[in-house]
Design a protein around this ligand. Structure first.
Ligand code: FAD
Ligand code: NAP
Length: 535
């Protein structure tokens, strides 16, 4: 008799939830996704008004991770789509994905998960009682596994306690999640606090309407461009296996110096008031091609942290004062929590202890997993997908987790590494590097591409895997979930990058010389020799 399929509750129908459903189906599990709103897409579905319990974005948001790096690994984004997509286009892609893999029928919309608790026989069954609420009616059901895909950019971090006098300030103040459009600030004097990607985007957009924007930062930031060398998306240029390998050969100080020099060659961060005390690799990157332009035009003035607010303005830590301030935007980030999970997971100031950022280490059975609870240096979607591919195999019992003590040791080691590398801030608690983390998960899921064997069997593909961008398709070349289209997707990725730019014919400017290919081959052979020497 065939075994009944394990029932899995997927909480949230954003990009993480969608790929979690798909991976459950691929591995023969039976998913039910609960999404509290009426539609898929999570954060990326723009609405004119913020909704309780769902992330909220401004109308103009354009993603800062490029399409080849952010797509799901067996579903490339159409060639004609722009490299950096507006949120509406991202929604189009998610809808295509959901339709192609027929995912919608597994989602129960307008249904919130209100509690997830261990069943009394949990130590033997690993089962959960999941209570949901649909139009004020509660229901309970038993699940064999739970995938939490609720995102971590929903709860506003609004640190009013750190800003004395805010209570007497007579202007308006908002968190960035409540900002939608710049029009109503036309002719106003506004302050933006925080220089993450929200702070940068808001300052730039508001500066086109407002009379004056002050961008206040307690730490400063190194600012990267979306548009990288030769006009390729910056993540395509930087995220290659070859560069990851070179990075290992450099000291952190050499790497910082090289990167900071490159950014300062574009504009001197000290002259622009942005230079931080910390080195570039110690902070989550701020990506903004327009910010220096708005600063040099005087529309954005960079200021230090605010010491206190007055009724009409702000006094900064350098004792300068700006009066007649109409509005203040706190682009001060987010905190996360899981109110439906009472006993299993503790979150303190965005610190959480999860093995590989996925599994709580102390459960008797590994049947609870967090998907997308990471802050990658790069796109989150392929990482959520690879986490899901690993998790579904653990749920099925095909892969075992190490003992709790080993998992805890691994968690502590990661926390120490993070504390050493990043400046202390609640925004730096779940940081992961794109290739390193993808490879780590891929090893666990048995899908890491073998470079030595590729070099021997398919050198053309191997060269692209090594020197080209480490796109998600690489994790579909072998192992469980292998996709026949992966090779072609890799070999045609550059075409898909260039295609949407070619809206006026000007001839072909590609000038990869034979020297360039020779360099690649010599590099590849050297790498192979090094790899072989180590295995
Ligand atoms: P979400 O998109 O937040 O989806 C979570 C879903 O869970 C929502 O639909 C919500 O309604 C549902 N939900 C929550 N609680 C419950 C419950 N109890 N019951 C039922 N349903 C529930 N990432 C990138 O990779 N690249 C970028 O360029 C990028 N830009 C960003 C720009 C902004 C302004 C912000 C704030 C974030 C950005 N991010 C970016 C990060 C972003 O979080 C991810 O891109 C992505 O949205 C994460 O998807 P998710 O499915 O994990 O979470
Ligand atoms: P964030 O990255 O957490 O940045 C928060 C900023 O606020 C930091 O500069 C932080 O400074 C500052 N801050 C926090 N508390 C403060 C305090 N008490 N006093 C002064 N400053 C304080 O948040 P975010 O910018 O909203 O970004 C959230 C996520 O969305 C990130 O993943 C980001 O990449 C993404 N995002 C992407 C886009 C895009 O793709 N276009 C746009 C917006 C956001 P410290 O560094 O000193 O802590």
């Amino acid at each position: 008799m065939a075994m009944a399929k394990k029932k899995i509750a997927v909480i949230g129908g954003g990009s993480s939830g969608l790929c979690a459903i798909k991976c459950c189906l691929d591995d023969g599990l039976e998913p039910t996704c609960f999404e509290r709103t009426e539609d898929i897409g999570g954060l990326w579905r723009f609405k004119e008004n913020p909704e309780e319990g769902r992330a909220s974005i401004y109308k103009s948001v354009i993603i800062n991770t490029s399409k080849e790096m952010m797509c799901f690994s067996d579903f490339p984004i159409p060639a004609e789509f722009p490299n950096y997509m507006h949120n509406s286009k991202i929604m189009t892609y998610f809808r295509m994905y959901a339709k192609h893999f027929d995912l919608l029928k597994y989602i129960r919309f307008k249904t919130s998960v209100v509690s997830v608790t261990k069943r009394p026989d949990f130590p033997t069954t690993g089962q959960w009682d999941v209570v949901t609420e649909t139009e004020e009616k509660q229901e309970s059901a038993i699940f064999d596994g739970v995938m939490v895909c609720t995102g971590h950019h929903t709860n506003a971090h609004l640190p009013l306690d750190s800003f004395p006098g805010i209570e007497k300030f007579k202007g308006r103040y908002f968190h960035s999640r409540d900002y939608k459009n710049p029009q109503e600030f036309s002719g106003k004097r506004v302050v933006v606090i925080g220089i993450g990607n929200s702070g940068g985007d808001l300052a730039v957009e508001l500066s086109h309407e407002a009379d004056q924007v002050f961008l206040s930062t307690r730490r400063g930031a190194w600012v990267l461009n979306r548009v990288g060398d030769e006009g390729y998306p910056v993540d395509i240029v930087l995220t290659t296996r070859f560069k990851a390998f070179l990075k290992q050969l450099m000291t952190t100080s050499m790497l910082n110096k090289w990167a900071e020099n490159r950014l300062n060659a574009r504009f001197n961060h000290a002259h622009y008031g942005l230079k931080p005390q910390h080195r570039i690799t110690s902070q989550h990157p701020t990506i903004n091609d327009d910010l220096p332009n708005r600063i040099i035009s005087g529309k954005v003035l960079v200021k230090p942290n605010i010491r206190e607010f007055t009724e009409t303005g702000a006094i900064f830590e350098d004792n300068t004062r700006e009066e007649d301030i109409d509005a203040v935007f706190f682009a001060t980030g987010y905190s996360f929590s899981f109110p439906f999970l009472v006993d299993c997971v503790k979150v303190v100031e965005n610190q959480v202890s999860l093995y590989k950022y996925v599994f709580p280490p102390h459960l008797e059975k590994p049947t609870l997993a967090f998907i997308g609870l990471i802050q990658p240096l790069g796109a989150i979607m392929p990482l959520s997908e690879l986490q899901s591919r690993w998790v579904t195999k653990v749920f099925k019992g095909l892969i075992k987790l190490p003992p709790a003590s080993d998992m805890m040791a691994n968690i502590m080691q990661k926390k120490e590494q993070m504390a050493k590398r990043y400046v202390k801030s609640p925004r730096h608690t779940i940081q992961v590097d794109y290739i390193e983390y993808m490879d780590e998960l891929a090893c666990l899921a048995g899908v890491k591409p073998s470079i030595p064997s590729l070099l021997l069997t398919d050198p053309k593909l191997a060269l692209e895997v090594l020197f080209g961008p480490c796109t998600p398709y690489q994790y579909r070349l072998q192992g469980p979930g292998k996709w026949d289209g992966a090779r072609n997707a890799i070999l045609t990725q550059t075409e898909r990058v260039i295609k949407p730019l070619k809206t006026r014919a000007v001839g072909d400017y590609t000038h990869h010389t034979s020297k360039f290919y020779l360099f690649k081959i010599v590099g590849a052979v050297t790498l192979l020799a090094i790899i072989l020497a180590y295995i």
